[in-house]
Design a protein around this ligand. Structure first.
Ligand SMILES: [Zn+2]
Length: 287
């Protein structure tokens, strides 16, 4: 059964480790992440962006697929199904479809509007036992032309949003989505520390986990990050393994064209990436 992310994140915050949020794109992704979480006795969060939601034929399809997998694969570790960077409408649609966790990304709104919309969602999520992530200080991406440094959130605004009763808070601390540019200046631990001091026990979320050096990730976890989002890294691992299979001509030998064979190396590559991240985040055996 899907669970809210609240309990797993509160435990992570208290235990100074982080739970991995891994974005899913299809059946192989969801299966690889769930099996790896079970094998490593780790809690896990499956992230779904609105774009991936459309790709997978809607939130209800995803809820059906993931719930079916939990039963079929006999998954007993805590699993949350979470909307990533949701709009207000998207959050409502996911709550309706059976997600156990949602993110409302109101970071592009003026802070007053972000607060008003987040407040409404806090009320709805509380009633349904669904965890809610809010965001302050937009997290940039290289695709948006951001170079050098991602945005840093205002710690006072973080406190205002945290006080609304959300369960986890994403704050921009110089992190970026996608692959980091060569001239990236690194995470702003100064910002993270200031946010942590004002928000206390609130689990903080680090987006853009791909390509942040391991020591920086560890330090961020030490400073209060309890959820790390990983997306691009699994995509790169999947693509590299699939490319290798094709380039070696394996699809042309025997029944190598069978999708269950063709997608197997990529599937294994996702598993290896997820395992490596769980070890780095310290969530192994924390289920
Ligand atoms: Zn993000």
């Amino acid at each position: 059964m899907l669970v809210s992310a609240k309990e797993m994140l509160d435990k992570a915050k208290a235990g100074h480790y982080a739970v991995g949020h891994f974005n899913i794109n299809n059946l192989e992704w969801a299966k690889a992440i769930l099996i790896t979480a079970q094998e490593n006795n780790s809690p896990v969060i499956l992230g779904v962006s609105e774009g991936a939601g459309k790709y997978m034929c809607g939130y209800k399809t995803i809820v059906g697929m993931v719930n079916g997998m939990l039963e079929y694969l006999k998954i007993t570790v805590p699993v949350a199904l979470h909307l990533d960077h949701g709009s207000y409408e998207g959050a409502l649609a996911c709550i309706d479809a059976g997600f156990s966790s949602v993110m409302f990304d109101g970071s592009h709104y003026p802070i007053e509007e972000n607060i008003a919309k987040t407040k409404e969602l806090v009320k709805i999520c509380r009633e349904k036992g669904i965890s809610l992530e809010a965001e302050v200080g937009a997290i940039g991406g290289v695709e948006d032309g951001v170079v050098g440094k991602g945005e840093c959130a205002d710690p006072k605004e973080c406190k205002m949003i945290a006080d609304l009763g959300v369960d986890m808070l994403a704050a921009g601390i110089g992190n970026i989505h996608g692959v980091y540019p060569d001239n990236w200046e690194g995470l702003s631990f100064e910002t993270l520390d200031a946010v942590q001091k004002l928000t206390g026990k609130m689990p903080l979320v680090l987006h853009g986990g791909t390509g942040i050096p391991a020591d920086m990730v560890r330090k961020a976890i030490d400073l209060g990050v309890s959820k790390v989002n990983v997306n691009t890294e699994c995509q790169l691992a999947f693509a590299a393994a699939t490319r290798k299979y094709i380039e070696e001509g394996k699809d042309k030998s025997g029944k190598g064209f069978d999708p269950r064979k063709l997608l197997a190396p990529g599937f294994e590559a996702i598993k290896a990436t997820v395992k490596e991240k769980m070890e780095l985040f310290g969530s192994v055996n924390k289920a």
